[in-house]
Design a binder for this molecule. Structure first.
Ligand code: NAP
Length: 259
């Protein structure tokens, strides 16, 4: 089976490509650096020739409201029309848990537009909504930092490891299209402020996390359960504590090698 991973060089894409190849699939890791651009259409016809499945794990280089909407709309339209011409039988896309509860943000309006285009197309699909990645937690802190303080709401939060996202996508890409949305998440629930505090402490980052129910998440108000998946979600196995301790050991090893 030929599987094309659009965004195959990214955080999730690179992990997915590796897994699919380990399972013996013929995989194209497509991205602008390999001459495939889903926004301009460059290289798409060639990359999709003979493909059975396309997995879209792209992300927009800009998260500014108009730019991110243009990215996901243009890219998704291009992919779906090239897939129809190439006879692709399964479009898999990675989206975000809670998208419809986060529409105050332009990023999530763009993800919803992406999902709507997929649902309206003739290509059988599987939309996979993931919770936030462990790898993304530091970015949450950085966005909410003022001086030495990180102000965050105590909303429920159930993040997952990028490796577990790739494991779920690998399984879904090799199965028939579900023609609906599947949610995936981490094995444990936390409070957002508390998890960011743990992440920064493990990194020996001196910033102080202030719990504030009125604080925003990436600039928007979030309700208690806005970020957590539904009860049917498929859960990854990696626990945050194990992931962060492994990640920090890797950092120390790299520091030692550089010294
Ligand atoms: N961050 C989270 O916590 C989270 C949670 C749930 C879902 N998601 C979703 O997961 C998806 C993947 O995220 P990620 O963190 O793996 O992204 P990422 O690491 O930023 O990778 C993005 C990929 O998209 C490619 N790309 C950018 N512009 C492109 C274009 N015009 N044509 C083709 N490929 C293009 C990039 O290629 P180059 O390397 O060549 O630039 C790269 O391979 C996103 O859609 C995001 O919404 C994220």
């Amino acid at each position: 089976m030929k599987i094309v991973v659009i965004g195959g060089t990214g955080l999730i894409g690179s992990r997915l490509v590796k897994r699919l190849r380990e399972h013996g699939q013929e995989v194209v890791a497509a991205s602008p650096s390999s001459g495939v651009n889903s926004v301009t259409g460059e290289g798409l016809a060639q990359a999709l020739k003979g493909a059975s499945v396309v997995v879209d794990v792209t992300n927009s280089p800009s998260w500014e409201d108009a730019a991110v909407l243009k990215f996901f709309e243009t890219s998704t339209r291009n992919l779906l029309s090239h897939e129809a011409s190439a006879g692709v039988g399964h479009h898999v896309a990675l989206s975000v848990v809670g998208t419809e509860r986060l529409l105050e943000s332009g990023f999530f309006r763009a993800k919803l537009a992406q999902e709507d285009l997929i649902k309206a197309s003739s290509i059988p699909y599987s939309i996979v909504r993931a919770t936030q990645f462990f790898e993304f937690v530091k970015q949450v802190a950085d966005f909410s930092t003022e001086g030495n303080k990180v102000r965050l709401p105590p909303a429920l939060f159930q993040p997952m490891a990028a490796d577990d996202v790739a494991i779920a996508l690998d399984k879904i890409a090799m199965s028939p299209p579900v023609k609906t949305t599947i949610e995936i998440g981490g094995p444990e629930q936390f409070r957002l402020d508390e998890l960011v505090r743990q992440d920064l402490a493990a990194r020996k980052d001196p910033r102080e996390v202030i719990s504030d129910p009125g604080a925003r998440y990436f600039g928007i108000a979030v309700s208690e359960r806005a970020l957590v998946p539904n009860d049917n979600a498929r859960l990854g196995e990696t626990r945050f504590e194990d992931w962060i301790s492994h990640a920090m050991k890797q950092v120390s090893k790299a520091d030692l090698q550089r010294a």
